[in-house]
Structure formats: C-alpha cells, structure tokens
Ligand binder design. Structure first.
Ligand code: C2E
Ligand code: MG
Ligand code: MG
Length: 631
C-alpha cells in the first residue's frame, strides 16, 4: 500500500526535509567526513554511552574503593572522594541516558575526565598515590580513540598528556621517568585501540561509499532491536532499491554506476540523524535504520529519501516498523517484502509493510513451526523408457481442522511475508533426505526437484544453506534440481543470477519452471546457468484439442535441445499427450497421467513403461497440423 500523505505526515515531512542549500552544505561536510575524519562506525550513540559510562563508573568505583583503604599521609581524602563520586554519578547518567545526548557532549565528557583525574592526582598529594591516579589517564586515551576520528582523538590525547604532566608537575612528580613512561603508555595504548577498532570495522564498511555494509548494518540492527525490546523507543527499517540500475550501468558504464552509488550515499547522509544508520545493503540496495522514531517520522523520512535522488533516477522503497517478536531477519524480510511490493506495483514509490493486515502471515509462521507444511512428491518420468528419474517436491499445508491447502493459496503470501524462506528450507531438507533414501534403497540416482523463489536466492546465505542440506542428507549435488520461474528474473536479477551461478558451480542443476509463461524467455536461456526447461502445463493440457500449441511446443523443444538443455513437460494428463511429446523430442514428463503428487510413503517409483506405450495410434487421433509439427 503506498504511503498516504496525511496532514500528520506533512508536518513531520517539513521537519525532516531540509532546504537544498542546507542539504548541499551538509552533504559536502558529510562527503569530506567519509575520507578524512570519520569516527569509527562502531561508535553509535548507544555504544558511546556504554563505553564512556562504564569508564567513568569504573574510575569512580576504583577510586572510592581505594579511598576506603589505608591512605598515605598527605592525601586529601575528602576532595578525592568528591571527584570519585562525581565520576561515578556521571558514569551512571551516561549508562542510563547517554545515548540520547548529542555527540559533541562526549568531547566535554572526555575533557572533564581529564580535569577530574588531574584533581585526583593533585588530591593524592604527590608520590605513589598521585602516580596511581595518573594511571587513570589510560581510560581517556582508550575512550577518545574509540569514539572519535583520528584528528579529534589525537587532540584529546594531547590534552590528556598535558593535563597528566601538568598535574604531576604541580605535585612535583614530573621528572624524567614519569614524563617518558605515563604519556608513552597512553600514546601506545591509544594508537593500538584506534588501530584495532578501525581494523575490526573495515570488514563492516563498503569501500565504494564509505557506508556500513550489510554485515555492519545487521550488527547495529541487532543491537537496536535488543534495546527496543528492552523498552527503548521504536525503530524502523527502510530498504531502498534503485530502479533500473542495471540499465543505468549499461548506459553509463561501471564507473558511471559507481559515481551514482557514491552520489546517493552523499545525498542521503544528511537524512541520517544521531543513532540512525545508512548502509549499502547490496549492489544497488541501501538501508536506513531509523531509531527513536515517532509516528509519522518514518513515512516522511522514507519519502524524503525517495525524492532526493540525483540524475533523474528513481528508487523503490520498503518500510517496516519493528514489531514485538521481530528478529533481524524478520524485520529485514518485512521491509524487503514491502520494497518488493513497491517494485511490482510500478516502482518509484514507498510501501509500508502492514503487520496488522497479515494475520495470515502470522498463521503461516506458526504452521511452519508446527510442522504443518509438508512435502508431497510427484514422479518425473523418462518419456523414452518410462522409468521414473526423479520427483518434484510440492509443498502442502496440512491445516488442522481445515484439511489440505494447496501452494497457490499460501505461497504468494509467504513470498511477501518472507515465510517462503523457511518453507523453502523445510522443503529442501525433506526432499533431499527423502530422495537420498530412495536412491539408496532402489540403487538408482533419483533426482530431487525443489521449487525456489527469487527471494530465497537473494538471501546471501542461501547457497551455504543448500550446501549444508546436501551434506546432511548425503545427496550428491548432481541429484538436486532447483526450479524457479521466469518471473524470478523480473526487476533486478543480479543477486539471483549470482546465486544461480554459485549453485551451478556446486553441481546443482537449475530448471526454468513454467517455461513460456514469462517474457523474453528465449533470450535469457543462453545467458543463464540453466540445465532444464519445464514446459508449462498450459501448453500441454490443451493437446490435442488446441493443435496450434504443438508447433510452439516443438519450437521450444528444438531450441532447448539446441542449447543442450533437458526438456520436461508438465501437466500430462492423457496417454496421447505423453506419446506426442515423446514424438516431438521431449525427454521427460510429469503429470496426473503418471501420478498425482502424494506423501512420500505413497509414491510409486516403479517404471511407467506401460503408461508410455501407446495402445492406439497417436498420429491417427491428432489433427493434421500436429503431425506436421512432430516431423
Ligand atoms: P509447479 O512447480 O509448476 O508445480 C507443478 C504444479 O502442477 C503442481 O501444482 C502440481 O500438482 C500440478 N500438476 C502436476 N501434474 C498436473 C497435471 O497433470 N494436471 C494439472 N492440472 N496439474 C498438474 P501445485 O502442487 O499446486 O503447485 C503449484 C505451484 O506452487 C508450483 O508450480 C510451484 O510454482 C509452487 N510451489 C509448490 N511448492 C513450492 C515450494 O516448496 N516452494 C516454492 N517456492 N513454490 C512452490
Ligand atoms: Mg516446479
Ligand atoms: Mg511448473
């Protein structure tokens, strides 16, 4: 459902949308900050609050404990205790509320940390006590290199060293040994922390745009979900996918595409508030994690992002608000479903995932958990010999008190809600295990055909999942066929094609299902890693009555064979259809004539030799043009 422009939205839109001049200025500042002075991405407001708060708290607590123990003469216990209590209180406040405070306040916290430690060094009255207090400067050094960009961190470190030396000088302890050791330790510890933090986060940064990558966002999303589940204000995930990015790339070249992606990161950065995260999620997909959201904010922010695109490009946006029980993958799946809906309903729009409208999705999720989704199997027959060469696994929902629900009634909804990923896993696991058993029992390498949709293939973990399932089932990859329909390639298909290529390299075979019902099918076949073509049953079932379909089938078979592809005809319901298809050169067939899909224990894997031996002369029964097509 496209986002409606309610008065509330308009008000909050005004709050979110900035003037072009302001956006320009902030964009330039943001772009500079990517390269020269970016703070570690890991330093989100929550992490900053926790790290700084914990250091203040520990510093205060350590001093208080130390003050409870016997003191050397000259220590100003009361003054030192005041500093310790102040530090402890600041730590508590930071832990509880620090994530709400502006980033620049942390410069003040670092500075006041220096002052508090300097006072403690002074209150130590010189000697070992002051030296012990001076060791607390290590907290400052570590914190500033963790929180800030290198220039700021170095400045804070310089101030810390100055405060340290000054306070030690006041208590007459800044002779040569201390000058070298304490500041030297600070510099080394700070440099190592700064380097480690940046090295660790390099794996989470997209080098092209300087934004967090999917891994980086997922980590921050998980943290934000934990906070929200614990009672913090709501969060929302906005997924943004460029429309027709592939054509743009083809037109402008790879460098032009890269320029556009960098420009997008630059244009969108100003919309990212404190605590929010803008990430590059995939090739041309971005994600915006919004935190502390108020009603209306999300819709307005998503709309602003959509309209702020340069170079006359457009994008499709999907939004999902976090709902109780949402995990990272569920929230992702809901935003992805909304984005997909934007794509399929005309692109260049925002769709908000509506949880209330999807009680069916919740029911499906429950059904998957309860094992109500099961695999039925339909044999696939070699039309030359009649042997069963494999089975197609077809999902069935055995709904208690309702009976059986067929896939057409729940797979489309599952694709939108994301539940298809779990259904796919259930089906793949069941089919691989079952076919491995049948293959061993019958001594024949049966093939398991499993349906898969684009959404599953777009999941970066899908290929690993398939690999693991094959290993668990002890099924060679050559005995698995993944069937996907041509519509899987509509829209941006790069991720789908990449996954298919990886699966193909693994030895898994790929089938184009319902062939002939999509568009531009022929041009795709030689560019995709496809091994099998399944002719849609709408071509088969009218045979022989709609004889005009036969030349088409003949053409599909001829073309597929020329490309060295195996052809399977679906929906064979009559013996003459099987015979005609065999005559046309179709190698395999599937349909009610051989068997309906049924549970594993009812599957008949014996030869269908009798079913393919024509008892009557097929050619005598079919119209003349069919015979011509068969030649
Ligand atoms: P499909 O992959 O093209 O599966 C073939 C469909 O044709 C099945 O319908 C099967 O029962 C039906 N069929 C087989 N032989 C005949 C015949 O002789 N006559 C007629 N009229 N129909 C025949 P089903 O099981 O209802 O599945 C419908 C579609 O749902 C499947 O089409 C597939 O696209 C999708 N689907 C089924 N299971 C899964 C799954 O596990 N994952 C995904 N992503 N999609 C699935
Ligand atoms: Mg299929
Ligand atoms: Mg099909």
């Amino acid at each position: 459902m496209p986002v409606t422009d309610t008065p509330a939205d308009r008000i909050s839109l005004a709050r979110v949308v900035m003037s072009p001049a302001k956006i320009g200025a902030r964009s330039i500042a943001a772009a500079r900050s990517i390269r020269f002075a970016s703070a570690p991405a890991i330093a989100t407001p929550r992490v900053m609050a926790k790290a700084t708060g914990f250091l203040y708290l520990s510093g205060g607590a350590l001093c208080l404990i130390a003050l409870c123990l016997p003191q050397r003469p000259g220590v100003r216990v009361l003054a030192a205790a005041v500093s310790a209590v102040l530090s402890f209180a600041a730590g508590l406040a930071l832990l509880l509320q620090g994530h709400r405070w502006p980033r620049w306040w942390y410069h003040l916290f670092i500075f006041s940390g220096n002052v508090l430690i300097a006072l403690s060094v002074y209150d130590g009255g010189g000697g070992r006590t002051s030296m012990a207090y001076a060791s607390l400067y290590i907290f400052v050094a570590v914190d500033c290199f963790f929180l800030f960009a290198w220039p700021w961190a170095c400045l804070h470190l310089a101030v810390a060293i100055a405060c340290c030396l000054f306070s030690l000088a006041v208590v007459k302890e800044a002779d040569f040994g201390q000058v070298l050791l304490i500041p030297g330790t600070l510099v080394v510890a700070a440099a190592i922390v700064g380097w480690l933090v940046r090295a660790a986060e390099a794996a989470e940064i997209d080098t092209l745009t300087g934004l967090p990558n999917r891994r980086g966002l997922d980590r921050q999303l998980a943290a934000a979900i934990r906070e929200t589940a614990a009672g913090s204000p709501g969060i929302a995930l906005v997924l943004i996918d460029m429309d027709h990015f592939r054509s743009f790339n083809e037109r402008e070249g790879q460098a032009g595409g890269d320029r556009l992606l960098r420009a997008l990161a630059k244009v969108w950065r100003p919309f990212v508030g404190d605590g929010d995260v803008l990430a590059r999620y995939g090739a041309d997909e971005f994600a915006l994690l919004l935190t502390d959201v108020r009603p209306g904010d999300v819709a307005a922010a998503a709309e602003s992002v959509r309209t702020a695109i340069p170079h006359g490009q457009t994008c499709s946006v999907g939004v999902a608000d976090w709902e109780l029980g949402d995990t990272v993958s569920l929230l992702n799946a809901r935003a992805d479903a909304a984005m997909y809906e934007s794509k399929t309903s005309g692109r260049n729009r925002v769709t908000h995932h509506n949880v209330n409208g999807s009680s069916e999705a919740a029911e499906l999720t429950r059904a998957i958990k309860n094992g109500e989704i099961v695999a039925y199997y339909q044999p696939i027959v070699d039309l030359a010999t009649g042997d069963v060469v494999g089975v197609e696994a077809l999902a069935r929902w055995i709904k208690p008190g309702h009976g059986m629900v067929v896939p057409d009634d729940f797979i489309p909804q599952a694709e939108i809600s994301g539940a298809i990923e779990d259904i796919g896993q259930v089906m793949l696991t069941a089919a691989c295990a079952q076919v491995a058993v049948w293959s061993k029992v019958h001594g024949t390498a049966f093939v398991a055909s499993v349906n898969v949709c684009a959404r599953e293939l777009r999941n970066p973990r899908y290929v690993d999942r398939v690999r693991a399932i094959l290993v668990d089932a002890d099924l060679p990859s050559s005995q698995l066929v993944l069937e996907l329909t041509e519509t899987a390639f509509d829209g941006d298909a790069d991720a789908v094609v990449a996954a298919l290529e990886e699966l193909h390299a693994l030895g898994v075979r790929i089938a184009i299902d319902d062939f002939g019902t999509g568009y531009s099918s022929l041009s795709r076949l030689d560019r995709l890693p496809v091994d099998v073509v399944k002719i849609d049953r709408s071509f088969v079932s009218p045979l022989p009555a709609a004889a005009t379909r036969a030349p088409l089938i003949a053409a599909i078979i001829a073309m597929a064979r020329a490309l060295d592809l195996t052809v399977v005809a679906e929906g064979i319901e009559h013996p003459y259809q099987a015979a005609l298809l065999r005559t046309l050169g179709c190698q395999r067939g599937q349909g009610y004539w051989f068997d309906r899909p049924c549970p594993a224990d009812l599957v008949d894997l014996s030869s269908r030799h009798a079913a393919i031996s024509p008892t009557r002369d097929v050619h005598a029964e079919v119209p003349v043009d069919l015979r011509r097509a068969a030649v």
